[in-house]
Design a protein around this ligand. Structure first.
Ligand code: HEM
Length: 396
């Protein structure tokens, strides 16, 4: 029996309301540590913690759904159809002919209507309106699904008081994301006929930060706040797992730049970019560095290269964790990372080859979010190597 295998449970107990009692009883804690060292199973997970973990996972699933619906909203050209931001009353869609006529009249004032959709019918307008409305409604629903159970869990003590600020911070970040979304939409209402690629990337970036923080917190509740990685895991593997999370995050932001610049509609060949390895005019704009953010050819090139870098880390890491630590949760996480990486790259190539076929592009986005979660799970399982500190006498 590994000492650290159950140390997370002890740590979990210390952090729960039940754990606060246990923490006041060094004797019980000591007995638990002795049981762990003696190789006996030890299960003292407060039931409330599991419920909190599952609730956070539900919120994470809803955020992933939100990311996919947001992607579909963009891919169907629907994102600018609601030209106002009303967090409360905006939940009610137009309910009468007059209300629809009013919403449509407002849309006709923005450049996208004139440049892209001139002469569209009311029925076509309603189709794009419903995408954007659903995206916003889902955002409100997530706020509700987060806040109401949080109040309940806080009240019953399943979420310890010291955890409240962290949970409230997550809630505020969710609210901030709504404002960032509107800030992004505003960039497409006056001069441009689509949103700024920078704001699109920031909007996706905040959503992913929120998703990552919620998944990590859920894991802490479900798996305990253990600080020791499984035996056999080297600190290098741990460092690589965190580097992988950062790289996948950066790669997803690059994907947003590709999407925002419509760079998936050019150079639709693979592995070469038409007849070139580096696209023509890669550094055409001045200053040279601006090309990394605004030149569609170079941005697509960067997205390809970063994908190879993700593969270069994810595949060997997944393989080595499977090899060195069979039978642990880290191996399950590594398996997900390994296969989701392969799927992600294949989906990216197919998305590109098909000139951004909507279902493929949406799957590419969904798989990316799942890959990020799997990488976070792997980093969680491999993190830190140190025994938990005891509230009573020090563990040997
Ligand atoms: C680890 C690898 C990859 C990750 C994590 C990733 C992630 C993403 C994400 C998150 C987006 C969408 C951003 C948004 O809609 O806001 C995106 C877009 C895109 N990606 Fe990837 N990608 C990867 C690999 C690839 C590869 C290998 C290719 C092609 C060679 C590719 C081609 C594209 C294209 C064409 C788009 C734009 C689709 C659109 O306009 O909606 N991706 N990527």
């Amino acid at each position: 029996m590994r000492p650290q295998a159950s140390a997370d449970k002890i740590e979990a107990v210390r952090c729960s309301s039940f754990g606060r009692m246990a923490a006041g009883q060094p004797k019980g804690y000591q007995a638990a540590m002795d049981a762990v060292r003696a190789g006996q199973g030890f299960s003292l997970q407060a039931p409330g913690r599991t419920a909190v973990g599952i609730w956070l996972l539900v919120v994470a699933v809803l955020i992933i759904a939100m990311v996919v619906v947001g992607g579909l909203t963009r891919l169907t050209g629907s994102g600018l159809s609601i030209t106002e931001w009303d967090p409360i009353m905006g939940a009610i869609p137009p309910l009468s002919d007059a209300a629809w006529a009013d919403a449509f009249a407002k849309y006709k004032l923005i450049p996208q209507y004139a440049h892209v959709n001139a002469g569209m019918s009311l029925a076509d307008f309603q189709a794009i309106y419903w995408w954007e409305w659903t995206h916003r409604l889902l955002g409100r629903a997530i706020g509700f699904v987060f806040f109401v159970p949080f109040v309940w869990f806080a009240w019953t003590g399943a979420i310890a008081r010291k955890e409240w600020p962290r949970m409230l911070l997550l809630f505020v970040l969710g609210g901030l994301q709504g404002a960032v979304g509107w800030w992004m939409v505003m960039s497409g209402l006056e001069v441009r006929d689509s949103v700024s690629q920078y704001r699109l990337a920031i909007h996706l970036g905040v959503a992913l930060l929120l998703l990552g923080a919620i998944v990590w917190t859920a894991l802490e509740y479900l798996r305990g706040t253990r600080r020791g990685g499984p035996r056999g895991v080297t600190s290098r593997q741990t460092s690589w797992s965190f580097a992988l999370v950062a790289l996948i995050y950066a790669q997803m932001l690059l994907g947003a730049l590709v999407a925002g610049l419509h760079a998936g509609l050019i150079y639709n060949t693979w592995p070469m970019m038409d007849r070139y390895w580096l696209p023509e005019g890669a550094f055409f704009n001045s200053p040279w560095w601006i090309n990394f953010f605004e030149n569609p050819g170079l941005v697509q090139f960067d997205h390809r290269i970063a994908a190879y870098a993700v593969m270069a880390i994810a595949l060997p890491l997944g393989w080595s964790v499977r090899k060195h630590k069979p039978g642990t949760e880290a191996v399950n996480a590594a398996g997900f990372v390994f296969w989701l990486t392969i799927a992600q790259v294949l989906l990216g190539i197919m998305t590109l080859r098909t000139h951004v076929l909507v279902p493929l592009a949406a799957l590419h986005q969904l798989n990316a979010a799942l890959l990020l979660c799997a990488a976070i799970w792997l980093a969680f399982e491999l993190r830190g190597i140190s025994l938990p500190s005891a509230p009573g006498p020090n563990p040997r």
